[in-house]
Design a protein around this ligand. Structure first.
Ligand code: BES
Ligand code: MN
Ligand code: ZN
Length: 498
């Protein structure tokens, strides 16, 4: 789908579908954007009959029957006129573009999105573009001859009608954000066997090359030299060796005093549980246990387009948690890079182990603060449900910036406490700490474990277990891997740089 901006009159240019945003005013749809009196009065009747109110994400498809050159109108509900939000715009364009596509439209024209005091026209356009590209995402890499028999419906061109300073840049920005989320979706949808750690690293190299990022890949030998014993232990049971990926983004004109921020992602390309093996039911979902690393990779691909003004260090800790004669064992003790020793109670609590090495390595890069993102605990799903992401932080200012970003991105998040009194649950018998703390407060004890590797820096931990896959389609995310937190982290970095 080609997305562009052109100074055309949308009501007189021919198209297969014209997207018309409709805001609500006092609960009723408001047709201010439609100026032709005849069209306006006919629509008013249709809309009343169809009970279309303009609620954000609702749509109404109308055939124009030769009244105007566009063959169809897609009315796109964008929510309350008085309380216009970025999410209202995203829902409107996500739903409308999907509707136009499913109706078979190839050439789609759209009016520009509405703006308000709180949401500039430029920002609204970037959000509309991103939502359009996110809504039409498909993962087709593995479709064979059976599914390919039906031709898939695709929009060829989405043209926004209008002009204005910098608006074309907003299209590029929206597309870059969507491409970043879709990259995270792609690698997460990929089967575990087809994207083991070193293949993930190769994909990261490609991203680095395409976007001008520095990259260093530490293979098993390099991890040994570095003392990254925890990543090595988790990866030991697999024929596919583990690795750590370090990427760096430097904004144009960066100097030694440019603030530098750090991200760490859990990238277990498959989690069988190891000798503490998982039940067979649903184990296939563990191909998504690299969702943290996927989000970090996606973010790195869009930093420049999003205009992030900070240096960003990204560390992706990758291993396959499997079973063999070499695999690590319950009862083993691992010495972390900062000297903290970890007693293994369960080989299935592997995420916190690889992240321990990643955090200590990142802290040594001189970053001002660190955010880690991990599909860490089933207990998080029990506490907050699948969708809502758990945030833990040892610093309120950092926590507030992340919460603010998640609110803008409309990716639900809730802060949980780093309850000191639960620390006793992870005291180990023969080492400093143990890698499980029992069922009570399971997400909290996992976060407390990670805190031992935060090296005194402001640090936040995002537990995205269950959040990076949706079982239902939404306005701009088809069901399946959803690339959660890419947009939140981009917004957090944008707000924290410079
Ligand atoms: N990758 C899992 C967590 C997970 C569970 C992610 C469900 C997504 C959906 C993690 O490695 C794990 O196995 N955690 C264990 C920890 C336990 C052994 C302390 C868990 O949550 O059961
Ligand atoms: Mn596990
Ligand atoms: Zn895991």
């Amino acid at each position: 789908m080609q997305i562009s901006l052109q100074p055309i009159d949308p009501f007189s240019a021919p198209s297969d579908a014209l997207i018309v945003p409709v805001l609500q005013f006092g609960g009723a749809p408001d047709f201010d954007v439609i100026t032709q009196p005849e069209l306006r009065s006919q629509l008013a009747q249709l809309v009343a009959d169809a009970d279309f109110t303009g609620k954000a994400g609702s749509t109404l498809l109308v055939q124009t029957m030769g009244l105007i050159p566009p063959r169809r109108l897609v009315l796109a509900g964008a929510g309350d006129r008085e309380k216009l939000t970025a999410e209202g715009v995203r829902k409107a364009w996500g739903s409308a573009v999907t509707k136009a596509r499913d109706a078979g439209a190839k050439q789609v024209v759209s009016l520009l999105p509405p703006s308000s005091e709180g949401l500039s026209g430029a920002a609204a356009l970037a959000e509309a573009v991103a939502a359009a590209a996110l809504a039409t995402y498909r993962f087709t890499a593995y479709q064979g001859t059976v599914k390919n028999e039906k031709p898939v419906k695709e929009i060829d061109a989405l043209t926004f009608a209008g002009e204005g300073e910098g608006l074309a840049d907003q299209i590029a920005r929206g597309e870059a954000v969507a491409a970043a989320v879709n990259l995270a979706r792609d690698v997460t949808n990929e089967p575990g066997s087809d994207l083991p750690p070193m293949a993930f690293a190769a994909a990261a190299s490609q991203v680095a090359e395409e976007h001008g990022l520095e990259i260093t890949i530490y293979d098993a030998n390099a991890l040994q030299e570095m003392g990254a014993n925890a990543i090595l232990a988790v990866g030991k049971g697999s024929a596919n060796p583990p690795c750590m990926i370090h990427m760096v983004y430097r904004p144009e004109g960066a100097t030694d005093s440019t603030p530098s921020l750090g991200l760490v992602g859990k990238c277990i390309t498959f989690d069988t549980g190891g000798y503490s093996i998982k039940p067979a039911d649903g184990m296939g979902e563990m191909k998504g246990d690299m969702g943290g690393g996927a989000a970090v990779l996606g973010v790195m691909a869009a930093l420049k387009a999003a205009g992030v003004q900070a240096v960003v260090h990204a560390v992706i800790c990758s291993a396959e948690n499997k079973i063999s004669g070499e695999a690590f064992l319950p009862g083993d003790v691992i010495r972390g890079m900062n000297g903290v020793t970890m007693e293994i109670i369960s080989t299935d609590a592997e995420g916190r182990l690889v992240m321990a090495d990643g955090l200590v390595y990142l802290a040594r890069q001189g970053v001002r603060e660190m955010v880690d993102i991990s599909t860490l605990t089933g207990a998080k799903i029990i506490a907050l449900g699948n969708e809502t992401v758990a945030l833990f932080a040892n610093n309120d200012d950092l926590a507030d910036r992340i919460l603010g970003a998640s609110e803008y991105a409309a990716e639900p998040m809730w802060r949980l406490p780093l309850s000191e009194h639960l620390e006793s649950q992870i005291e180990a018998e023969i080492a400093d700490i143990k890698n499980t703390g029992g069922r009570a407060g399971g997400s909290i004890t996992a976060a407390l474990f990670l805190q031992h590797f935060s090296e005194g820096l402001p640090w936040a931990h995002l537990d995205i277990a269950g959040s990076n896959r949706s079982t239902k389609s939404t306005a701009y995310a088809p069901k399946g891997s959803n690339g959660v937190m890419v947009r939140t982290l981009l917004e957090y970095l944008r707000r924290s740089g410079g």
